[in-house]
Design a protein around this ligand. Structure first.
Ligand SMILES: Cc1cc2nc3c(=O)[nH]c(=O)nc-3n(C[C@H](O)[C@H](O)[C@H](O)COP(=O)(O)OP(=O)(O)OC[C@H]3O[C@@H](n4cnc5c(N)ncnc54)[C@H](O)[C@@H]3O)c2cc1C
Length: 288
């Protein structure tokens, strides 16, 4: 299949990209092209113009600050997975990026494109929500930051407006006495998550749980956090039975996604099992 006709513009700066999007009403941002080009070829998207941001070098790379790490929107999954800074200070993101698709997808796909596309089966949205990340967005009126938990607004929908681009993602650096884990039940061909679970655990002295965060992907239109699980685990010693009970008693998934790959009922059961696995993995890493 061939896409319908479109104009192509290569932006040299964030300002130029925003101006081009403003000038061409029906334009789309092009990053790695791994989601946009297939849907254009299927004619599920027919933008009048593409604004290629691939040459805006300021959007690429990872830098660390006192308590946070900034990842440029154009940073590839492969770069994230192999980053020493992220593996040490935000291993959850590096771990999840390493599980995306195959080497070609990881080399071309970008973190900005992944979250802008907001596929419910993508790995990074739930990870960013569990981490308490924020998303930096630039538009005609300047820059703004949106918490990851507010960023994903519906199936393939986000807070990013028509004339805006994501410039970066900011994640907190892992504190001492903490652990994280990402596990997924993946589609065998694409690697996309049928259900994924991302967990973050912070400990007080004596291995007592100070905070626990759990978020799923693949089970609902948007990343599905489970705050009740975190509340149930607070102040517990995170034994296997504590984790299993917290998940069994507190996962409420109304209207789960169901399709040819897995029914809604099956996805809810996967969330229960993978939620427990992710939390146990995070706990084991926190206490080791
Ligand atoms: C075979 C295959 C397997 C895959 N498996 C997985 C998987 O297992 N897990 C997973 O998470 N993902 C998977 N993906 C998706 C992949 O990870 C890419 O992240 C994703 O395709 C989008 O990133 P991209 O950079 O290619 O964006 P593009 O395809 O260029 O863009 C995607 C969308 O985001 C918009 N966009 C891109 N960048 C920005 C920006 N900076 N600001 C605003 N809007 C922007 C575009 O306009 C478009 O609407 C898979 C893809 C393929 C083709």
């Amino acid at each position: 299949m061939y896409p319908s006709k479109f104009d192509y513009f290569r932006a040299a700066s964030v300002e130029e990209a925003v101006a081009l999007l403003h000038r061409h009403d029906d334009a789309k941002v092009l990053a790695g092209g791994h989601s946009l080009l297939p849907i254009m070829k299927l004619r599920l998207a027919q933008p009048s113009a593409l604004v290629d941001i691939g040459h805006i070098h300021i959007l690429r790379g990872i830098s660390h600050h006192d308590s946070t790490i900034r990842i440029g929107a154009l940073t590839s999954h492969a770069t994230i997975a192999s980053s020493d800074v992220l593996r040490r200070d935000c291993p959850l993101l590096a771990e999840a990026a390493g599980h995306i698709g195959d080497p070609q997808v990881r080399n071309k796909g970008t973190i900005g494109g992944n979250i802008a596309h907001a596929d419910p089966a993508s790995d990074l949205p739930a990870v960013l929500v569990a981490l308490g990340a924020s998303i930096h967005i630039a538009g005609p009126t300047g820059e703004r930051n949106v918490a990851a938990v507010d960023f994903f607004t519906g199936l393939l929908e986000t807070e990013v407006g028509d004339h805006e681009i994501i410039t970066a993602v900011q994640v907190p650096r892992l504190q001492t006495a903490s652990g994280t884990g990402y596990v997924k039940f993946e589609h065998p061909a694409s690697g996309y998550a049928i259900c994924g679970a991302a967990a973050v655990i912070l400990l007080d002295r004596g291995h007592v749980c100070r905070e626990a965060h759990l978020c799923f992907n693949g089970v609902t239109d948007t990343p599905h956090p489970a705050p009740g699980v975190g509340a149930a685990l607070k102040n517990s010693t995170l034994g296997d039975a504590d984790i299993e009970r917290a998940v069994d008693d507190n996962i409420q998934i109304e209207d789960p996604l169901g399709d040819v790959h897995a029914s809604g009922e099956y996805r809810v059961e996967l969330a229960r099992v993978y939620g427990q696995r992710a939390l146990k993995l995070a706990r084991d890493r926190a206490i080791s």
